[in-house]
Design a binder for this molecule. Structure first.
Ligand SMILES: [Fe+2]
Ligand SMILES: [Fe+2]
Length: 382
């Protein structure tokens, strides 16, 4: 797959430069566009969307550097960078005309190099560092929450068997990063729950989206940001060991059931520790995401300092849990959820982190759950 994507990007680059040497209609140019289209169409047999990320001197697909990374970083992706673009997604259904329209905007002689517009099957994103320029097309990761939930399910299963499918995890993480960057300052499209069975998986995607957005807001960039997104996807992996009857119980949990629930951070950390392809920070986030100064679980020594990544994921985790309908309580309105979080500002949650979340992330989440019922008495956010 890596060679296929590399070939497609090299063909796009050859078409871009061919247009400047020959002409837009030259057969060599059409040939390169045809070749890029054919290769991407082949890739679409296996995946709905191909997302390529470009860091300063690396062009990456699914966490792997493309074989022609340095040539592409100097060529096609330098033109994209000049327009502020750090991620490009091609989706199934891509046409040759859309490719031509993209190349038109990348011409050296283009009148407004700061502007670039996507199309129905080409989306541009900004991973970090620079503010988006030009018009961003809406990118709906939440368009198919069932498919995304399926990916989370596979990744969780594969980590248990010790053979995580890196491609699926990387694609999900790239989708989340692109989605967040395209939504910056506008809206963060959260997946919505259709059935209670979907909860853990839909919650996982939303926590990853919210954590990534908050991490960007507090200045996290590059590999650290990607590692944080992966860690957010995996934060609740220990829940696989909690029986569904306990996880979805409508009534109050017994003491024994609470003990089972409270084991999931430790179980998660144990599963992730040393798992191939899992960032080192992931077991730490799994272990710490229900802790807070002076309380929470699992119990730790006094003075324990939580990692910033854990504190970011924790805020996102509690917010999503409060907002969502659960068998044992109704989801809260945005306003109510933020009020609950702010009651613990300066104690459970650091002021600066919570302010960034409330003022710049949560307010941009899309959609409102129904108003909370007045009989909300207990809050369970495991
Ligand atoms: Fe969670
Ligand atoms: Fe949890």
């Amino acid at each position: 797959m890596l060679d296929l994507i590399d070939g497609a990007m090299c063909s796009l680059q050859a078409a871009l430069f061919g247009r400047e040497v020959y002409s837009r209609e030259h057969p060599a140019v059409s040939g390169h566009i045809e070749c890029a289209h054919d290769l991407l169409t082949k890739a679409f047999h296996q995946m709905e969307q191909v997302t390529i990320l470009a860091f300063e001197d690396r062009v990456v697909f699914q966490n792997d550097k493309l074989p022609s990374s340095s040539t592409l970083a100097e060529g096609l992706f330098r033109r994209l960078h000049q327009r502020g673009v750090e991620a490009v997604s091609f989706r199934r259904g891509l046409t040759r005309d859309e490719i031509r329209a993209m190349l038109d905007q990348l011409d050296e002689a283009t009148k407004e190099p700061e502007k670039i517009n996507g199309s129905a099957h080409i989306r541009f994103g900004w991973v970090g560092g620079t503010e988006p320029r030009g018009e961003a097309q809406p990118f709906k990761l939440a368009g198919n929450p069932r498919r995304q939930a399926g990916v989370v399910r596979h990744v969780w299963r594969d980590i248990r068997t010790g053979k995580p499918e890196q491609g699926e995890l990387s694609t999900l993480v790239a989708d989340i990063c692109t989605s967040v960057s395209l939504s910056r300052g506008i809206t963060i499209p959260l997946a919505s729950l259709k059935t209670h069975d979907e909860y853990t998986f839909v919650h996982t995607i939303n926590v990853a989206l919210l954590s990534t957005a908050l991490a960007e807001e507090v200045g996290m960039r590059g590999d650290a940001l990607l590692d944080l997104t992966v860690s957010a996807v995996l934060h609740d992996i220990g829940k696989r060991l909690i029986p569904k009857s306990v996880l979805n119980k409508a009534g109050k949990l017994t003491d024994d059931e609470w003990k089972i629930v409270q084991r999931h951070p430790v179980d998660g950390a144990l599963q992730l520790f040393g798992a191939p392809g899992v960032p080192k920070i992931a077991p730490i986030v799994a272990f710490e995401h229900h802790m807070y100064p002076g309380g929470g679980y699992p119990p730790v020594a006094a003075g324990w300092k939580m990692h910033l990544a854990s504190r970011i994921v924790q805020v996102a985790d509690v917010f999503d849990a409060l907002r969502t309908d659960r068998p044992y309580r109704k989801g809260m309105s945005l306003h109510e959820a933020l009020e609950v979080l702010q009651k613990d500002a300066g104690t459970r949650y650091e002021h600066a982190l919570l302010d960034a979340f409330v003022q710049r992330v949560a307010v941009n989440t899309q959609g409102e759950l129904p108003e909370a019922a007045s009989d909300v008495t207990s809050i369970r956010t495991a």
